[in-house]
Design a protein around this ligand. Sequence first.
Ligand code: FES
Length: 209
Amino acid sequence: MNTALNHTSMKVNPDMPVAVAEGSGDLESPTHEAGEMACSHHEPADESILLEQLDDLLPEYVQKPGGLIPALQVCQSMFGYLPQEALKRISEAFGKSYSEVTGVVSFYSFFSVVPRGKHLIRVCLGTACYVRGGKEVLQALKKDTGIDVGETTEDRLFSLDAGRCFGACGLAPAVLVDENMHKRVNASKTASILENYRTSEGGKSHGDG
Ligand code: FES
């Protein structure tokens, strides 16, 4: 269950599906509209304008079988999360109750009902990483960012999350920032890793390959 619905900090999940078949958990190809609207690292925008855009988009999704989840995905791409007002409009457009829609949102941890940061930091707490200091790395990142797991910094630059095994056990502890893998991280390295993201808009060059 996605606990993001129950607290104000951000619930994040980097295993972002481009589309999820409603009720099945299967992945589907992204819709054309989703691709056009997707902007996972957007700046805070005027939500009233985005709500108008959402209203314009929804009729098309309503007509599609299983259109609810793609509509939620597009909405999240637009806002960076799923605001309450947007969920209300989606529930009205689909003729579903608000609780029905939030139930779907809760089911998929990909969805977030609170704003997410520009960069998602995931600390591996899988066995290999844990025994090699993953927990200490996580503590250091909490200190560096001033946030806890599931939260987003006030400037919306970073969100912090924990995961289990990123497939880099031989180079543990591993930290993923967005899609960039940082290997053999220790608590003394975390500040400089974050600093790179603060000072640069670059992407893959941040990682360790
Ligand atoms: S346990 Fe951390 S990468 Fe496998």
